[in-house]
Design a protein around this ligand. Structure first.
Ligand SMILES: [Zn+2]
Ligand SMILES: [Zn+2]
Ligand SMILES: [Zn+2]
Length: 115
């Protein structure tokens, strides 16, 4: 399956952080990208992060005994949705985007591919 590469979201790029805990992935220490949830312990991880982890730790969860993938919680989605984030190509690109539109923007940002 084709996996698109996404730029990591450093916390410094987020304009309006009020709760680090809920937006930072404990594997990559960056803002979640495509988060998924462990059905067993309710912790979230980036989809990519947990998939890489599972390659070396089949069936295991970094937080509990075993990992069963589940959709992110509504609370999680809401916390991410309200974030306003500088484009990856800041300061060349001065756009500030809502989380839900960030990845789409970066894909077609005029600075993507030339920096
Ligand atoms: Zn991660
Ligand atoms: Zn777990
Ligand atoms: Zn941009």
């Amino acid at each position: 399956m084709e996996q698109k590469y996404n730029n990591p979201i450093d916390i410094e790029r987020v304009k309006n952080v009020d709760d680090y805990e809920i937006i930072i992935c404990s594997i990559c220490n960056k803002v979640y990208i495509h988060p998924v949830r462990c059905a067993n312990c309710d912790y979230h991880f980036c989809k990519n992060c947990i998939e890489n982890y599972l390659v070396y730790n089949p069936g295991k969860c970094p937080r509990c005994i075993f990992f069963v993938m589940k959709h992110p919680s509504p609370v999680q989605n809401k916390a991410l949705s309200r974030l306003e984030i500088h484009c990856f190509y800041y300061p060349n690109c001065t756009e500030i985007l809502q989380y839900d539109f960030l990845l789409k923007h970066e894909e077609k940002c005029i600075f993507n591919g030339i920096l």
